[in-house]
Design a protein around this ligand. Sequence first.
Ligand SMILES: Nc1ncnc2c1ncn2[C@@H]1O[C@H](COP(=O)(O)OP(=O)(O)O)[C@@H](O)[C@H]1O
Ligand SMILES: [Mg+2]
Length: 419
Amino acid sequence: MFNKVESRLLLSNLAVLSSILVVFALAVYALFVQSLAAQFDERVILFAQAVSASIESENGKPQFKESIYLGSSQERIVLGETAIAQWFDLQGHRLLSRGGLPLEARGLQPGTLLTHDQPVSVRLYSQIVRDLETRKALGYVQVGLALAPMQSMIHRLAWGLAGGVTLALLLAAIGSLWLTRQAMIPIRSGYRRLQQFTADASHELRSPLTAIKLNASSAMRHSEDLSVDEIRDSFQQIQDAANDMTRLTEDLLMLARTDEDSGMPNSREILSLDSLLDTIVEQMRSVAQQKLIRLHYRAEAYPKVLADPDQLKRLFRNLIENAIQYTPPSGEVKILLQEQEHNALISVQDTGIGIAPENLTRVFDRFWRADRARTRCSGGMGLGLAIALGIVRAHGGEMNLSSKVNQGSSFVVRLLTHK
Ligand SMILES: Nc1ncnc2c1ncn2[C@@H]1O[C@H](COP(=O)(O)OP(=O)(O)O)[C@@H](O)[C@H]1O
Ligand SMILES: [Mg+2]
């Protein structure tokens, strides 16, 4: 699937790039050819003027000079292979021709430019020559310049451009290939994570579903032989499994909601962290007492934050629940609220089993548990910290974890305070 996407991405990249390159090259070519042709025409006209001005009379017969200076420039054109000049009388009879191949009298319409193709391409221009004093028309001068030098220049340009475009396309192909590969890396890994996540979620849903099915079918099949207590027990197990599933689906929904790209709305309010933490700690107190764990809460500051109250409650409940859950009886859990440079710092510290260094980042992964078998019984499905981190990130904050095995862990949440 990804290979197809990759090659399609690459091909469309290349198609766009090559169209841009080709259009660009064609535009450069057209502009260049046009300006070259215009320059050439100007040159032919200048040449005609220069030839007309340089006609000499020898015993009453007009004569061309052998080489002619163009305009005021120092450029000299020699009549010969690539430059010709002809002289016609007013009736259009050729009286004189010099240089190259004599062309038949044509295009004598003064002031017009035309291209003569046989035997070589020549650009022709005719102009009337007048007597300097009397302004009387004496005849026509027709000049021609071979187009070959310009054509070879255009050829070189065309080849140059074609070569350039090919080389650019080759480089673009290599570049695109690299870029596409690069772009696909996060997509591939995101997809893999999603696949893993779906597999894990289905796996977690399967066990309560199996429990429901087994209990329901055995209760139905043996309904006559079962005592009321046994039937109640079956229903109890069905209810427990349903509760598990409800909790899991709620967790999944919460995860989706905290996802940056989910686009799901959340309602932000200005909250006092102190009263929020106080409420949660009081709610958790009975759980802690059952495990003979001392639960302390202390506020050193009273920062306010702009946050979703349900999500923040969820965040701290998850952290405190973990602290109690992963601390053996007669341990201690301390919650501390502080403020530091527009940041509210909330730390949840326990004296529990701790987390091995290699697992410090993995604990935040979805469905990750240090001990799958054990925590399943105690109810955790490995989503608590993933949700907590999602909530912290959704609020623009950060969470740090430090832990020592068998000594305890400390989670510190940092949230921007509201002024
Ligand atoms: N305070 C803690 N002390 C030691 N280990 C912890 C603590 N909090 C989390 N963990 C480890 O991280 C794992 C993931 O935690 P969590 O996402 O809350 O999932 P759950 O609690 O459902 O197992 C836990 O299974 C546990 O191994
Ligand atoms: Mg947990």
